[in-house]
Design a protein around this ligand. Sequence first.
Ligand SMILES: [Zn+2]
Length: 278
Amino acid sequence: MNDPLDHAGELERAAELIGSADALLVCAGAGMGVDSGLPDFRGDEGFWRAYPPYARLGLSFVEVADPVHFAADPELAWGFYGHRLELYRRTTPHPGFDILRRWAERKPGGAHVFTSNVDGQFQKAGFAGVAEVHGSIHHLQCLTGCSAGIWPADEVTVTVDDTTMRAVEPLPSCPGCGAVARPNILMFGDADWLGERSQPQLDELQTWRRRTDGLAVVELGAGTAVPTVRRHAELASAADGGLIRINPREPEVRHGRGISLPIGALDALTAIDARLNG
Ligand SMILES: [Zn+2]
């Protein structure tokens, strides 16, 4: 295990960077949710560990979560997304979210979040200004691409048979045309994803960045497999700030100002917070 005490120098530098920054940019990938008990299913093995029924069925993550398979077998797809929707609804964000929010509240420039996570955990933890680059499971769109746009999933409940991991009828449907709905999540090879909810969030983030100086970028649990979040954190920190990369598996930083912490999100944030307060 990685003990935070083994990284005292880097933790000290991280605390100094956060303490002296005027604004905070949080860049989060799937690893951020692990300490809340959420699965981070990297590769088929990770996916199957999180969802044993799919191992029995011999189905990969890509087969369960791409638009082609969604259209071909929506009960199977909604089995997966319906399960995740309920999981994210009942999950409480771990205390690391509160630590980040407290840091953000002390900054004159405030904070923004850039995340590939579709779980809505930052909003649940009280963050405003969240850019969800891959969309949100808490919003839906029409599978046939009619003009209904994007709508909230708040009223939607999906019943899933635990043995088959298939959703039970009725499936979520489009209020415009009555066809089956799908989550407003960017899936693998997804040409039909509607970006009209995520794009304004990203625009707002860019506007904020343009008028913000003295940025500390805290990147959490963002891997190289889907490098969107890492790239955003690197570009933002290279432009005007310092990067703290918190990642137990892929902690490498390339440019000189990066601080590398090979520790889980909650442990790292707790250790930095202790230095900031002590
Ligand atoms: Zn429709």
